[in-house]
Design a binder for this molecule. Sequence first.
Ligand code: NDP
Length: 451
Amino acid sequence: MDNFAKKYVDGFMAELVARNPGEPEFHQAVKEVAESIAPYIAENPQLIDLKILERIAEPERIIIFRVPWTDDRGELHINRGFRVQCNSALGPYKGGIRFHASVNLSIMKFLAFEQTFKNSLTTLPMGGAKGGSDFNPRGKSDAEVMRFCQSFMTELCKHIGQDTDVPAGDIGVGGREIGYLFGQYKRLRNEFTGTLTGKGLAWGGSILRPEATGYGLCYFAEQMLATKGKSFEGQTVVVSGSGNVAQYASQKAMRLGAKVVTLSDSDGFIHDPEGLTEEKMAYVFQLKNIRRGRIKEYAEKYPNAKYYPGQRPWGIPCDIALPCATQNEIGKEDAEALIKGGCYCVAEGANMPSTPEAIAVFQAARILYSPGKASNAGGVATSGLEMSQNSMRLHWTAEEVDAQLHRIMSDIHAACLKYGTEEDGHVNYVKGANLAGFIKVANAMTDQGIV
Ligand code: NDP
């Protein structure tokens, strides 16, 4: 960074941290964007006067609410619900809902901020938002999850709508939860509209939405690999997580010829040196989505695999890493272990899985590294396609949706190349994604006046 950029970022961040104390994930996400766009701001000083970044970093609206619900034994529980409506310059707010014990305001704000740039990158008309609750779905019965979802939606429904804010799933919110949320929304608002995405196929969902984030991640990674004349064929892939994104990223990477050797959850990871197969994937789908079991059971079912409790998979030698679990799951030492193990491509499926120190390691090693806001945008992009289909009351075929997903991921990759290619030809995907996402939002905000 030159002098101006450093001064700009330091000044901006000092104010942001003072205004938003105790929100480390939010500070981390904003700082990364501020550093990427500082040189552009220097060349476009009107953006300083218009305080564009200051405005994007101040969500348009934050709703925090009480979510009371009763468990199967009749005991009352109180959780906290959030919806952070960050930016609507490009379209209705759009972003997932996360149910996880770790959810707090900082995590909601970082995710909504990231979502604003991600949605801009998709080329679709969507603003950025995120929501969720500190409710932990693990170990809860279907009836408990339903009662929680109904209570959550009873408040949330006042703030969303197909032209206002369209939530989707995220960690802890899959097809089951979207069903309960949609049912309650429909009952309270007496309307059948596309207000949530990730819906069941029979009631307004888009084909390929469940697969979209993981598949889109692999389509994006394919393009990254192609810049080095490589592909997934014959490559060893390490994946973290075993939820929605991890499952479909693993399936697609495997179908593209890679050997996927790890999966994880918050208790540990499994290493299967022989790699996943279609049969093993079918077991994982059943284990995680139907039985809602733990990944360690994989090693009981397939004894060639080994379970490592309490550890992450980054020490396993690989060519490609696809982090698909959660934020800050790759620290500096994990990044160094990946490089040492031969990894030359990290494509993020999760949101902000790499710490700034880990990203610095990847950048210094000049490996292919893409931030989640670029490489995991296929999920929200397909949600955008679901919104279009709902508005038209039409269903597109798998081929149509897959072709659009391919096109969108290619467009995002092209935008990263356009804004992120450095003088020596190295592609800085962080800079490319942040700059491309920012410019579009900044231009729209400029057009729309001081709001
Ligand atoms: P799921 O709930 O389906 O799966 C999450 C997976 O990550 C589970 O295996 C979970 O394990 C693991 N995990 C969650 N928290 C932690 C933690 N603190 N430490 C270690 N492992 C953890 O979520 P998704 O697959 O939908 O989401 C995964 C990531 O992808 C998130 O960062 C999300 O924001 C991002 N994303 C998701 C999109 C989507 O369409 N679903 C779109 C774009 C991004 P456990 O069961 O033990 O909790």
